[in-house]
Design a protein around this ligand. Structure first.
Ligand SMILES: [Zn+2]
Length: 440
């Protein structure tokens, strides 16, 4: 609670947020665009020891040709396998040494490598991240090794009912050939031809300075970050911007396939998604939808699990990967013999069940608190800055006030806004099913 009060006492003064004693707590977001196009963005939070560094290429699965689907994800695995100056073991050792946590993830429009560290280790962390980003060598034996690893990852996902149903829910809304529908990981066939030369080509094309964004949030100065980046990410020649993006998200078009069913013998439990596309719209629209989803989530969970004991999990949520995906979904998972009953209740509750104003008040308050806490966290700031950049918004003023804006907008949302949005968007003719179940 103290944490929250501390934030609320801060106020925006000139270019800095200061506390009542005038101590600078949070500086404006700063961006340097190098002459080769590399973007270096920092935000200084002077009250935390924790620094979050991310290095991102605006290359994701969108860049994968259909016959090589999964290569962007394969690439992400491969940068950890050795650089010009570090072996795989040395990369692992240095990450262990300097980072509190680290990871990499491939999305549709970007691939990100990040490390969270203590302030004293930020230069070393940035150096390792930039080394794997700028200098990977893709040793041939390691390419083969990862083919086995990723092959297992593919098999694992195919046999996970929850993952399968989730992926099929995107297929049902956007179509199997769409960017969201075709997925990121590929198939064993499409990854079978990935080789060292293809990876080196991709590196040259997509890991260029124009296609790269570096974000560092914590108690470090912009000047130090730029100095470090310049040392480890050599200034290159400007080249063309490479991000490929030709799958528009049209929230008004009907679902591509209103019913996608995956049946297999021997399954003991079933999973259903009942979902629709929604406009990704304004920040306000997204917050209204988020609160509406939480209210529906509560009544669905209460009925299916707490009152009837039919499911382990059930609920509703909003899901965005802007600018590509914006959806509302409800889902439930149950034993096969209860499936039809659970599906019917889920549909009925999503379309017809009353939501409560008292739930709304509680969720609105907790959302307010969550966004106040996010304002304090290096990781949350790093995510927020990057996701604005990925969705094409480089207005640093908007980014700076992002969490405060959320709090302000939430205050103005009413229960009526939720009812109106539900009436408009959560309609039977907009909905689609993804079902994973047993085959008799
Ligand atoms: Zn993976």
């Amino acid at each position: 609670m103290l944490f929250v009060e501390f934030v609320l006492e801060c106020r925006q003064v000139g270019t800095f947020t200061k506390n009542t004693e005038g101590v600078v707590l949070m500086a404006k977001t700063l961006m340097t665009v190098r002459r080769d196009g590399l973007r270096i963005i920092t935000k200084r939070l002077s009250y935390t020891q924790q620094v979050m560094c991310s290095v991102t290429s605006l290359m994701g699965s969108a860049s994968d040709p259909a016959e090589l689907l999964g290569i962007a994800h394969y690439f992400e695995h491969m940068v950890f396998q050795g650089t010009k100056t570090r072996t795989r073991e040395e990369i692992e050792r240095d990450i262990r040494r300097y980072c509190i946590s680290h990871n990499a993830d491939t999305s549709f429009l970007r691939t990100r490598y990040y490390g969270e560290c203590a302030k004293i280790n930020f230069e070393k962390t940035l150096e390792v991240l930039l080394d794997i980003y700028c200098n990977p060598i893709f040793p041939e034996d390691r390419v083969e090794n990862e083919r086995g690893v990723i092959g297992t990852e593919i098999s694992m996902r195919k046999n996970e009912e929850d993952i399968l149903a989730f992926e099929n829910f995107l297929v049902s809304l956007y179509g199997a050939k769409s960017l969201p529908g075709r997925g990121i990981i590929g198939t064993k066939e499409t990854i079978s031809t990935v080789n060292r030369n293809l990876l080196l080509d991709m590196h040259k094309t997509y890991y260029s300075p124009e296609n790269s964004v570096i974000v560092v949030v914590g108690d470090v100065s912009h000047r130090d970050v730029v100095k470090n980046v310049n040392q480890f990410f050599p200034i290159g020649k400007p080249s063309a911007y490479r991000q490929r993006f030709d799958w528009p998200n049209d929230p008004d078009s009907p679902p591509a396939e209103p019913l996608v069913v995956d049946e297999k013998q021997g399954r003991e439990y079933s999973r259903v998604y009942f979902a629709c596309k929604i406009p990704s719209g304004s920040l306000r629209d997204r917050l209204v939808m988020n609160l509406l989803a939480k209210c529906l989530d509560r009544v669905i969970y209460d009925e299916l699990r707490q009152k009837r004991g039919l499911v382990y999990t059930a609920g509703a949520s909003d899901y965005y990967k802007r600018p590509l995906i914006s959806t509302f979904y409800s889902c439930a998972q149950t034993e096969v013999h209860n499936f039809a009953q659970v599906r019917d209740i889920l549909v009925d509750y999503v379309l017809n069940e009353k939501i409560c104003e008292s739930d709304f008040e509680i969720f609105r308050e907790s959302k307010f608190v969550t966004s106040s806490i996010a304002l304090e966290t290096s990781r949350e700031w790093n995510d927020a800055i990057l996701s604005q950049i990925i969705s094409g918004n480089s207005d640093l003023g908007f980014i700076d006030n992002y969490f405060e804006k959320i709090s302000k907008v939430i205050e103005g949302i009413t229960f009526d806004d939720l009812l109106k949005m539900r009436l408009e968007l959560i309609r039977e003719d907009r909905m689609s099913f993804s079902i994973v179940t047993n085959k008799d």
